[in-house]
Write a protein that binds this ligand. Sequence first.
Ligand SMILES: [Zn+2]
Ligand SMILES: [Zn+2]
Length: 133
Amino acid sequence: MSKTISLNVKCPNCNKSLMDNEVQVNERPSIKLNVETAKDRGTIRLCSTYGCYDHQCDIDLPDGEIARFFCPNCNKELVSKDKCESCDAPMVTFTLQLGGKVYICSRRGCEQHFVAFEDLALELRKFYHEYGF
Ligand SMILES: [Zn+2]
Ligand SMILES: [Zn+2]
């Protein structure tokens, strides 16, 4: 299985796309967010490939640090009520353009993440249609 799923996400609060076509990570549009740590704030661009943790960040993000992520459009914090199953940090959430949500752990270095669909069968059909599996 070499096919990768590229996520297309938007803000759960204002519904604006979080994709940045101008700056690419791994040759795909990046997910652009404002990021804040205990010491600093800046901009982060996440790789949009599902399961990939590559990112570009203009501030120092030490391993193990819990960062807070904000929508660059409405400035609301992108945080869910869920806690990470591995490390107990808050899970960050985005809405998928196709429906459903993706969750990622807010702790740097933790690889916990999952996609949650409200209607799995329907969303998966859309997914297959969109990505041509
Ligand atoms: Zn927003
Ligand atoms: Zn975690």
